[in-house]
Every structure is written in structure tokens, then in C-alpha cells.
Ligand binder design. Structure first.
Ligand code: PMV
Length: 349
């Protein structure tokens, strides 16, 4: 790393970073956010966080001065961000010379099972690493961005990269890392996918994903699950390489229902699905049966249903969404496979 060459007294860096939807689910972790199985996701576009970090030169060392969520001071998120930055100070020593003000806003409801921690934490890390890169006159190291994002929230490791992203190993011997995620470039000939999210509830999750992960430690099905996820990942990758949408969709839905099955069978057990989540699943399956169109679902840690389909059938599925899914939902969010974090603005003084 080159030495710091130019003092910056004040700067504002703004990044937009997307959420991602897991196709193969990360559920269960060890040490500091290392996954018990490999996962695969699609980076989104419209579900994103915009974060601006202001760096003010400070003689008093690092502290987080203010944290605004949607223009309102938020103490809970301030503490979370401050503890996180504190915990990675050795990795970004420049931060010891700054006090920070953070402003962040999500394009979608947070804590409702769309990965707001993935977009939020990756946006924050990109701002931090942009400042580091500016001071060191280098480029952002994306593997480092993914690794540091992972330390804040496992799924955030995947939001750093575009398109289809893998994180973790399916076997000790494979060459992928557990420390950071990477784009699966070989999947770029797979049809471009859309994700229309049926928002079933906007209320905060009753069980945090960290608690959910921890329940996997003593889960009676844990070992079988970790093996199943790794096998599913390999099978899904083969299906995608062979453009086999129907096998892709079968594994996608199995993963979603398995995730919720693990929640239902953990101790204590919990239920995140709502009656309308189940109704939507049934509607999708009936529609697929009758239309023969490749429309599938997946679900994250929440009640909302992500409807996954190739962009090429967008117009054909629209009437189904409007007539059959919207009446069961609060609203629909249309999203599409995306290109990863974007620098929106940078000002240095
Ligand atoms: O990144 P976390 O700790 O919020 O966990 C995410 C867990 C799931 O969203 C359910 C699955 C995944 O791989 O994103």
C-alpha cells in the first residue's frame, strides 16, 4: 500500500449499494461471520441503500458523531455502525484521524426480510474504502470491501459484486474463499433475471437473522442442511450453466422452503411466513402449472415473496402479478439483476 500523501480535512463520499437475494441460503455461521455452507445470490438494482459519510479531521481520534436514517437521528444504527467501524480500525487505520457523520436511506422497508443490512453495510464499507483509496492514491480493493462487509453482515459480502455472486466453499478443497465473495462471471450468459417482491408485511422481523443463525448451532438437522446447501449450490450452478431454468427454479424453491423449514424446526422454533406468503406461493405454483412460464419464488428471512423470472417474460407475467398477487400484498417492488455499488458523489477539501 502506498503511503498517505495528502491530508484531507473534510470530505463527503456518497455510495449507492444494492441488496441481494440469496438463491442458495447462508443460514448458520461460525467464528466471525464465516458461513457453514456456500451461498449464491443475485445482486439487485432498485432495492438499495444510499449512504453518505462525512469525514471531518479530528485530533481526538475516531468517533461516530451522528447517524441519520431517512433524515432522522437513529441511535440504534449509530451504535451498530460505531461498533462495527471500531472493530475494523486496524484494517482502516486512517479512520483514527476522523470523526464521522453518516446519512443513510433505504429504497425499501428495512428489517422486513429484504437484506437492508447487505445494502447498508456494503454502502458504508464502500464509503470508508473510497476514502482510504483517495488518501493512499490507489483503487478500492473489492476483495477487502467484501471481506469487511462480511464482518458487519454476512450477506453484505455478496452485495459488493454484480450479477450472480458466490460466497464460501462447498468443500475444503475448492478454491473459493470464505473470507470474501466473488462474481461468477461464467454465469453471464444465463438469461437476465428479474425479482418482483411481494411485500406481505412491513413490520420489523420478530427474530433477527443473527439469532436465527445461532439456532443452527444446536439444530438437529444442521449437518444434513450444510451438506444439502453445498450440493444444491453445485447443482444450481450446473443448471444455470446449461440454461436449465426448470431445474434452477426447482432448487431455488427448495432452498427457500428449507430455510423456513429450519426456522420451524429450530428450538425455540419461529415462523416468519404470513398466511398471505403461503397464498402467494400457491398462486405462483398454479400459475406456473397452467402457463408453463418459468416463474419461481424464493424467500429470505421474512414473509415477503421474491418472484424470480427471466426479463424476457416480463410482459407475460405482469397481468398475473396485478390480478392475483397484488390483492394478497401491501405492494409489489419490481427489481432486476444489477451491477453492484455505485459511487454517487465525492468531495474533498
Ligand atoms: O447476512 P445476515 O446475517 O443478515 O443473514 C442473511 C440470511 C439470509 O438472508 C436468510 C440468507 C442469505 O444468504 O442472504
Amino acid at each position: 500500500m502506498s503511503s498517505q500523501t495528502k491530508a484531507i480535512i473534510n470530505s463527503k463520499i456518497q455510495y449507492k449499494s444494492p441488496s441481494n437475494i440469496a438463491f442458495i441460503k447462508y443460514w448458520g455461521k461460525r467464528h466471525r461471520q464465516l458461513p457453514m455452507n456456500a451461498s449464491l445470490s443475485m445482486t439487485l438494482t432498485h432495492c438499495h441503500t444510499i449512504t453518505e459519510v462525512e469525514f471531518v479531521y479530528s485530533e481526538n481520534g475516531f468517533y461516530l458523531n451522528q447517524f441519520f436514517l431517512d433524515d432522522i437521528l437513529n441511535l440504534k444504527f449509530k451504535n451498530r455502525a460505531e461498533n462495527f467501524i471500531d472493530s475494523i480500525k486496524d484494517e482502516i487505520p486512517f479512520v483514527n484521524k476522523y470523526k464521522l457523520n453518516i446519512r443513510t436511506t433505504n429504497s425499501f422497508p428495512h428489517s422486513a426480510g429484504i437484506a437492508s443490512s447487505a445494502s447498508g453495510m456494503s454502502a458504508l464499507v464502500m464509503c470508508l474504502l473510497k476514502m482510504e483509496a483517495k488518501l493512499n492514491q490507489t483503487e478500492i480493493d473489492l476483495q477487502k470491501a467484501s471481506r469487511l462487509s462480511r464482518l458487519a453482515s454476512g450477506s453484505a459480502a455478496r452485495s459488493i459484486f454484480p450479477n450472480f455472486v458466490r460466497w464460501g466453499k462447498t468443500a475444503d478443497t475448492d478454491n473459493f474463499s470464505e473470507d470474501f465473495a466473488e462474481e461468477i462471471v461464467s454465469l453471464n450468459s444465463f438469461p437476465k433475471l428479474m425479482d418482483t417482491i411481494a411485500i406481505v408485511s412491513k413490520t420489523e422481523k420478530t427474530v433477527s437473522s443473527s439469532h436465527g443463525h445461532s439456532l443452527m448451532n444446536a439444530h438437529p438437522f444442521a449437518e444434513a442442511r450444510f451438506k444439502q446447501a453445498n450440493d444444491n449450490l453445485k447443482d444450481m450452478l450446473s443448471a444455470m450453466h446449461e440454461n436449465d431454468l426448470s431445474l434452477f427454479g426447482e432448487i431455488l424453491e427448495l432452498e427457500a422452503l428449507t430455510l423456513h423449514g429450519l426456522m420451524l424446526s429450530s428450538s425455540p422454533s419461529f415462523v416468519l411466513l404470513e398466511p398471505n406468503s403461503i397464498a402467494i406461493i400457491n398462486e405462483i405454483r398454479h400459475f406456473r402449472e397452467s402457463s408453463k412460464l418459468p416463474l419461481f419464488f424464493t424467500i429470505d428471512a421474512g414473509p415477503n415473496i421474491h418472484m424470480i423470472y427471466p426479463e424476457s417474460i416480463k410482459e407475460e407475467v405482469k397481468p398475473f402479478f396485478e390480478n392475483s398477487i397484488l390483492p394478497l400484498s401491501l405492494k409489489l417492488i419490481e427489481d432486476i439483476q444489477g451491477t453492484g455499488p455505485e459511487l454517487l458523489s465525492e468531495v474533498y477539501e
